[in-house]
Design a protein around this ligand. Structure first.
Ligand SMILES: *Cc1c(COP(=O)(O)O)cnc(C)c1O
Length: 429
């Protein structure tokens, strides 16, 4: 029951001659699962249709943005209407305030915010704001947490206690990550040690409040509250990177879910309704540091882009009107349960997690709570499972260390269809 991939193979060969690895973003190349990446012809609700005509239930949802599924009518109409009125002005438009107001109504900690074009840009700018505000240089991040590909955040460092950040990528000078301190997630003692040693030099702690870029890993009970306390005690800012979890784990994001208020929040993905966007925002006194209110420079030719603003607004209006978050959350919970029961029936050890409209699973006999434990998962079995599922019409992220995403288009019927594929794939594993 292998699905045809002739068209994808031809398209991939063509793309590889033109672009590094044939892709515009590395994970898309299927390196960790093998096989040919599916070239996508179109998306329809919960489904992707590839160039060979294979129809697959999509649990990637563009890695998070598509809370309403592919091509929801309300969003495509808003984009078309706005396109007819102009795609970029290089001047303010009321759409920016409309979207900012909506975001602030559910993220009250974002007293002021600014739109950028990607999560990467949001994280980079949030760090600049935090450094300027605190007049300190050092930034703490967690091993395995991803905050986009800005130089200073491309460090996740080695094992053990605090490691001085060493760059993960050639092309990132060690000097640029020298002020990036990396500690294991969910390890209060390691963080305490870093603050004891460097406390007055730390501008900010950046955290994915639920990690989603090393697979999905929850914060330990009380860990986020501990981050709030220790940053406050040392005059550092707490920055929640909610680019992935925002509007997914809870309609008000991780900060509403856990009741912990950061100083600065980074958003992206869902807020652009499937168009390129990012935002950062937080305490007014921090954000007023940014030009033209303050001296810290940050700008963007296409920032606050009217198409992206219109798409984000349309997504939120439609989501509120249709109870989309609840539907997507039910689908995530039921899919995670289906994976658990398929794996149990096949005797395959698995750890599943879901929260709101995202879920994750590790092929691992032990609980996962940080990068080191995530890394002990069975990558080779995941690669085989991924291929077995593609042949059964289910498209999972092509890496064992990515979270999975649902949408309101993942109806109970779609999830039941996926559950059957999981049963059959785990049995064949
Ligand atoms: C996706 C992601 C980013 C980067 O966003 P881009 O739009 O891809 O630049 C940053 N942080 C987190 C937590 C993400 O999941």
């Amino acid at each position: 029951m292998t699905s045809p991939t002739t068209q994808s193979e031809t398209l991939f060969a063509h793309a590889q001659a033109l672009m590094p690895g044939g892709v515009s973003s590395p994970v898309r190349a299927f390196k960790s699962v093998g096989g040919v990446p599916r070239f996508i012809d179109r998306g329809e609700g919960a489904y992707l249709v590839d160039a060979d005509g294979n129809r697959m239930i999509d649990y990637v949802m563009s890695f998070g943005p598509l809370l309403l599924g592919h091509a929801p009518e309300a969003v495509t109409r808003a984009i078309a209407d706005q396109a007819a009125r102009g795609t970029s002005f290089g001047a303010p438009s009321p759409l920016e305030s409309d979207l900012a107001e909506h975001i602030r109504s559910v993220y009250p900690s974002m007293e002021r915010l600014r739109f950028v074009n990607s999560g990467t840009e949001g994280a980079m700018s949030a760090v600049r704001a935090a450094r300027a505000f605190t007049r300190r240089d050092k930034v703490v991040k967690f091993d395995g947490h991803y905050h986009g590909h800005a130089d200073l955040l491309l460090a996740k460092a080695g094992s053990g206690v605090a490691t001085l950040g060493l760059p993960d990528s050639p092309g990132v000078p060690a000097a640029v990550t020298a002020d990036t301190l990396v500690v294991p997630f969910n390890d209060p003692a390691a963080l305490r040690a870093v603050f004891e040693a460097e406390g007055e030099r730390i501008a900010a702690v950046l955290v994915e409040p639920i990690a989603g870029n090393m697979g999905m890993v929850r914060p330990a009970e009380g860990f986020l509250a501990f981050l709030r306390e220790i940053t406050e005690a040392h005059g550092a800012l707490l920055v929640f990177d909610e680019v992935m979890v925002g509007f997914r784990v809870h309609p008000g994001g991780a900060q509403a879910l856990f009741g912990v208020t950061p100083d600065v929040t980074i958003l992206g993905k869902v807020i652009g309704g499937g168009l390129p966007v990012g935002a950062y925002g937080g305490r007014a006194d921090v954000m007023e540091m940014m030009a033209p209110s303050g001296p810290v420079y940050q700008a963007g030719t296409l920032s606050g882009n009217p198409l992206a603003m219109a798409a984000g607004l349309a997504l939120f209006r439609e989501a509120n009107a249709t109870g989309a978050w609840r539907l997507a959350a039910d689908a995530a919970r039921d899919t995670a349960a289906a994976i658990q029961s398929a794996a149990d029936a096949a005797g395959v050890p698995v750890q599943t997690t879901s929260e709101g409209a995202m879920f994750g699973f590790f092929l691992n006999a032990n609980p996962v709570m940080d990068y080191a434990s995530a890394a002990t998962s069975d990558r080779e079995a995941f690669a085989r499972l991924h291929g077995l599922l593609l042949d059964r019409g289910v498209y999972l992220p092509p890496s064992p260390f990515e979270a999975c995403f649902t949408s309101s288009a993942h109806t109970p019927d779609v999830v039941a269809e996926a559950a059957e594929a999981f049963r059959s794939a785990f049995a064949a594993l």
